[in-house]
Design a protein around this ligand. Structure first.
Ligand SMILES: Cc1cc2nc3c(=O)[nH]c(=O)nc-3n(C[C@H](O)[C@H](O)[C@H](O)COP(=O)(O)OP(=O)(O)OC[C@H]3O[C@@H](n4cnc5c(N)ncnc54)[C@H](O)[C@@H]3O)c2cc1C
Length: 493
C-alpha cells in the first residue's frame, strides 16, 4: 500500500518543512543512521494510535496525520538535541509510547518528528526501603509489572492496556488501572520525574514523599499529554506482592443499591483493590452464565494485601453488600473477570462497515453519579442510529467515582464524516457537564476532548494556554491537542 493511496485528514494543517534532507541529516548526526527513518511504511505506522476514530479512518483509507521523520533515541541527551533542533526549525515533535491511547493524543496532526520512546526500556533501581522503582518511561507496562512480581513487588497499576502501553503514556494521560481503588491512579503513584522541555532543557523533579516548597510544578507535567515536556525517567511507588486475595461478588437489584453499598464501604476506609459495578446490560453481556445475576447489577471485588487486613476488609465488604440487598454470587464471577479482563474482542468482532463504537470515561461525585448515569444513558439512546449504551463503574474514591460508558451505533447515511460518532461524543460530554461531572477520568484529552476544555476549566484554561506559551513558545510539542480543537475536521459539525 502506497502512502499516496491515503487521504490525510489534517493535511492542510501540516507544518511545511522545506529542506527535509538537511533535517534528516541533522537527526542522523544526533541519533545514528539506524535510529532515524523516513520510510513510508514507518511513517504510516506512526500516523495513528488506538483511537476508535483513527481505526475507522484506516478502514476507510484515511489517516489523521502523517509524520515526516521517525526517531528512536536511546539517551536523554539525544532527546534534548532533537528538541533543540526542532525548536530552532519550528518543527512539531510528538512523543510516542506504544500508541494505545484512545483519544488521538499521539497522532501527528501537524506532521513533524515522532520520538518513539521504546528504547527507554530499563529498570534503573528498586529501593526496597523506600518502596520505589525508578524506570525509563518507554518501559512497557507488563514488562515492568512482571519484573516487579519476580522480585516480590507490585506497582498496583494494571490498566487493561498493560500489555500495550508504556510508563510515559500512563503519565501523559493520567492513567488508571483496574486496581486503582487501593493503589491510586498514576498521579498517586509517580513521585519523581525527569523531563526534557521543548527547548531542550533537562529538568528533574526529585522523588519526594510530600513537600511544602511552593506550587507543585511537577503536577503540570502529569497529564501534559506530550505537550509541555517529554518524560524520560520516573520514580514510582511499589508494594510488597499481596499475601492474600479475597474474591467477592454480589448481584444487586438496582444500580443505586450497588452504589450505596460501595459508598458505605469506602466511608469505613476500606479500599478493595478492585471494585467494578456492571449495569444491568453489561451484566448480561459479561456475566450471562451467573444465574443469580440475571436482570441484576453485578459487582466484583478483589481485596488484597496483608491476610489479616484482607479478612477484615472482606467482612466489612460483605456486611455492606448484604445491607443493600446484594446477593452473594461467590468467587466464580471474579475468576471469570480475571480470565477475561485483558480481552477486548468486542470492537474487533463487529462488522466495521458503517459501524461506530467507543468508550467514554468520566468522573463524578457520589452525589451526582446516579443522576449522571441515567441522564447519559437516556440522552444517548435517543440518538438516531445508536443501538447500545451501557456503563460500568470501575474507579472509586471516598468522594466519588470514575464511570465508563460504552456505545455502539450504525451511521444511517453513507457518510464518511463520522457524524453519528461525533454527535454521540457531544451528547455524552454535554450531559456529563450538565450533570456536574468532569469530562475525562483517565483516557485524557487528545483530539477527542479538546473541544470542551474551556467549558471544563473555565477561566483557568487561559492560564493553561499562557503556561504552554511560556514553556513552548514555538508550539512544537504535540501541537493541535489539549489547548486547541481540531476535532471538527474530517467531519464538520
Ligand atoms: C484496549 C485498551 C484498553 C485500555 N485500558 C486502559 C485502562 O485501563 N486505563 C487507562 O488509563 N487507559 C487505558 N487505555 C488507554 C491507553 O492505553 C492509555 O492512555 C495509555 O496510558 C497510553 O499509553 P501509550 O504508551 O500507549 O501512549 P501513546 O498512545 O503512545 O501516547 C499517548 C500520549 O502520551 C504522550 N506520550 C507518550 N509517551 C510520553 C512521554 N514519555 N512523555 C510525554 N508524553 C508522552 C503522547 O504524545 C500522546 O499524547 C486503553 C486503551 C486500549 C486500546
Amino acid at each position: 500500500m502506497k502512502l499516496t493511496n491515503f487521504e490525510i485528514i489534517y493535511n492542510e494543517d501540516r507544518v511545511n518543512i522545506p529542506d527535509k534532507n538537511r533535517i534528516r541529516e541533522s537527526l542522523v548526526k544526533i541519533l545514528g543512521q539506524a535510529n532515524v527513518s523516513t520510510r513510508e511504511i514507518d511513517l504510516l505506522a506512526y500516523s495513528k494510535d488506538a483511537s476508535l476514530i483513527g481505526n475507522n479512518w484506516t478502514i476507510k483509507g484515511k489517516i489523521g496525520g502523517l509524520p515526516d521523520f521517525i526517531t528512536w533515541p536511546e539517551t536523554v541527551n539525544q532527546i534534548s538535541e532533537i528538541l533543540k533542533l526542532a525548536n530552532g526549525e519550528k518543527i512539531p515533535v510528538i512523543p510516542y509510547g506504544e500508541g494505545s491511547g484512545v483519544v488521538g493524543g499521539a497522532i501527528p496532526v501537524r506532521g513533524g518528528i515522532i520520538i518513539d520512546m521504546k528504547k527507554f526500556n530499563k529498570v534503573l533501581e528498586i529501593n526496597d526501603k523506600d518502596l520505589t522503582v525508578t524506570v525509563e518511561t518507554g518501559m512497557n507496562g507488563m514488562n515492568l509489572e512482571r519484573y516487579l512480581n519476580a522480585k516480590g513487588y507490585t506497582c498496583g497499576h494494571i490498566p487493561q492496556s498493560i500489555y500495550t502501553s508504556s510508563v510515559g503514556g500512563w503519565i501523559a494521560h493520567r492513567a488508571a488501572g483496574q486496581f486503582s481503588t487501593k493503589y491510586g491512579k498514576i498521579e498517586d503513584i509517580v513521585i519523581g520525574m525527569e523531563v526534557v522541555l521543548p527547548q531542550g532543557d533537562i529538568i528533574e523533579f526529585k522523588p519526594i514523599v510530600r513537600s511544602a516548597v511552593g506550587p507543585q510544578l511537577n503536577k503540570l507535567f502529569l497529564g501534559n499529554e506530550g505537550s509541555l515536556g517529554i518524560v524520560t525517567k520516573a520514580t514510582l511507588r511499589i508494594w510488597p506482592f499481596p499475601e492474600k486475595r479475597a474474591l467477592i461478588s454480589y448481584a444487586f437489584p438496582t444500580f443505586e443499591d450497588s452504589i450505596e453499598a460501595i459508598r458505605e464501604i469506602l466511608r469505613e476506609q476500606v479500599y478493595p483493590a478492585v471494585i467494578r459495578i456492571y449495569d444491568a446490560d453489561e451484566t448480561t453481556r459479561h456475566f450471562e452464565m451467573v444465574e443469580k445475576a440475571k436482570d441484576k447489577v453485578m459487582v466484583v471485588f478483589v481485596c488484597e494485601g496483608n491476610a489479616r487486613l484482607v479478612n477484615l476488609e472482606e467482612e466489612i465488604t460483605r456486611e455492606k453488600c448484604e445491607k443493600h440487598a446484594g446477593i452473594d454470587c461467590g468467587e466464580h464471577p471474579v475468576e471469570h473477570w480475571f480470565e477475561t479482563r485483558f480481552r477486548v474482542t468486542e470492537t474487533s468482532t463487529v462488522p466495521p462497515n458503517k459501524m461506530i463504537a467507543d468508550t467514554i470515561e468520566v468522573a463524578v461525585s457520589w452525589t451526582n453519579v446516579s443522576k449522571l448515569y441515567h441522564a447519559v444513558v437516556e440522552a444517548v439512546q435517543n440518538i438516531d442510529g445508536i443501538f447500545l449504551i451501557t456503563a460500568h463503574v470501575s474507579h472509586f474514591y471516598p468522594n466519588g467515582v470514575g464511570i465508563y460508558f460504552s456505545f455502539a451505533g450504525v451511521e444511517m447515511q453513507d457518510n464518511t464524516d463520522f457524524d453519528l460518532y461525533k454527535e454521540t461524543w457531544r451528547v455524552t460530554i454535554k450531559t456529563v457537564l450538565d450533570s456536574g461531572g468532569s469530562i475525562a477520568h483517565h483516557h485524557g484529552i487528545g483530539i477527542n476532548r479538546s473541544e470542551w476544555m474551556d467549558e471544563e476549566w473555565g477561566k483557568s484554561m487561559n492560564i493553561m494556554r499562557a503556561f504552554k506559551k511560556i514553556v513552548d513558545p514555538n508550539n512544537i510539542l504535540n501541537p493541535g491537542k489539549v489547548y486547541e480543537s481540531i476535532w471538527t475536521k474530517g467531519g464538520e459539525k
